[in-house]
Design a binder for this molecule. Structure first.
Ligand SMILES: [Zn+2]
Length: 427
């Protein structure tokens, strides 16, 4: 019964939309300008079916041909935002939101179940990846505009946040063979199967909670994701930090896992920021060291680890190093111990956890990093091997979702074509 009503409603909506769209056949005189500035001549009216959130809609619109370019065009398609797609902008946004969250097959299933829209998995994937790629280009263009000061972001709203955190991480995403060609990897044959996606979560913190722990400002998280090398990632992150008002915030903080590229980038773009090795990552390294020493420590392993973790939490890296050097390894294990300890040596000044805590700072990104991780997980858990373009598109959609930036970004890639009626009628 319910299904019957819904189907009838959708049909009615579709017919209504068809009628409304039919009021303007898109005839713009005998000639109209082509995108390259030539004169395109009117040929005839042609039909096109567009899938919308109320189902398929048949559209008759004027068709022009540009002799110079050898291309046809319909001005109406550009106005409606459907010139490169047979899906309405409203439906594409729905697809993008679903595909940002779950694998493509499930996204297509959800749209069928919740909205009664039947799309193939391939079409769902293509649409979401293309719109995600367009959003990534818009973000990149925005970054250029901010860095060249063509766009000056507004300062954050009053009361100004006190601290801006930039939690930075990198993780391997499984890619198709051609995307990893010629790269060295960890697999037995030495070939790479993954490419690193670099992620950043930015959030602000102003106050402490009732227990005296730092509290993240609500809805203050935005994310960034790219497969670009560290240099370009730094440029994008710099722009995002400026967009978030870093120039107006007293204390910037970089949280990272200890990877050298993160600190190089921090030194270059954010020299005033406090650098902190994420406590959870530092703890993982202690667990690794304890495992390495498991045989040597025998029954004392757990006690040894608990004491080292307490020293680390207190920011006493000297004590951790002294205990580590006391581990009486021989041969290759001694080398591994030294390598493990080098991590603490090099990063000691980024592990003054007691000091950072006394300043009311987060020392582990915790929840936020989980948000950051969820971007990587969407790409890792689907069992897919990705092409970089598609993975970039989906990661970007995931970032829009995490940062509640859908509407802000969504309109921009095709803002010049102003798909007003389809968006308002069908979104
Ligand atoms: Zn032309």
């Amino acid at each position: 019964m319910e299904l019957a009503i819904r189907t009838a409603m959708l049909k009615l909506g579709g017919r209504l939309l068809e009628d409304l769209l039919g009021l303007d056949g898109g005839h713009r005189g005998p000639r109209t300008g082509c995108p390259n500035g030539h004169d395109a001549e009117f040929i005839s009216y042609r039909a096109k079916t567009i899938d919308t959130v109320v189902g398929p809609v048949r559209l008759r619109r004027a068709w022009y041909h540009c002799a110079a370019c050898g291309h046809g065009l319909a001005p109406r398609d550009a106005e409606l935002g459907t010139e490169r797609s047979s899906l309405s902008p409203g439906l594409r946004k729905m697809i993008a939101r679903a595909a940002a969250t779950v694998p493509f097959a499930r996204a297509a299933g959800l749209l069928a179940e919740l909205a009664g829209i039947e799309l193939t998995v391939k079409r769902t994937e293509r649409s979401a990846e293309a719109d995600g790629a367009a959003a990534a280009r818009a973000i990149s263009a925005e970054a250029d505009a901010i860095r060249s000061r063509r766009v000056v972001p507004l300062p954050p709203a009053e009361p100004r946040p006190d601290k801006l955190y930039l939690a930075v991480d990198g993780t391997g995403i499984p890619v198709v063979a051609r995307e990893a060609e010629g790269r060295r990897g960890k697999a037995d044959d030495g070939k790479a199967r993954t490419r690193e996606i670099k992620l950043a979560c930015l959030f602000t913190q102003t106050s402490l909670d009732d227990d005296g722990k730092p509290a993240r400002d609500p809805s203050s998280t935005t994310c960034l994701a790219t497969f670009e090398p560290a240099g370009q990632f730094g440029v994008l992150l710099d722009a995002e930090a400026r967009r978030r008002g870093i120039e107006h915030i007293r204390q910037p903080v970089i949280l990272g896992d200890g990877a050298a590229w993160i600190w190089n980038l921090a030194d270059k773009h954010f020299p005033a920021a406090t650098q902190i090795v994420d406590l959870y990552h530092a703890r993982e390294h202690l667990h690794d060291l304890a495992n390495l020493a498991a045989r040597l420590l025998a029954g004392h392993r757990d006690d040894w680890l608990a004491t080292r973790l307490a020293e680390l939490d207190a920011g006493d890296v000297d004590a951790v190093l002294a205990a580590g050097r006391d581990l009486n390894f021989t041969g290759s294990l001694a080398g591994e111990r030294d390598k493990a300890l080098a991590y603490f040596e090099h990063n000691a000044h980024r592990m003054r956890y007691q000091h950072f805590k006394s300043l009311g700072m987060f020392v582990g990104s915790g929840v936020v990093e989980a948000g950051c991780k969820s971007i990587g997980q969407r790409l890792k858990l689907s069992g897919m091997r990705w092409a970089l373009a598609g993975a970039t598109g989906i990661a970007t959609l995931r970032c829009l979702d995490a940062g509640h930036r859908w509407d802000e970004i969504w309109q921009r890639p095709r803002s010049q074509t102003a798909p007003a009626d389809l968006v308002s009628l069908a979104s």
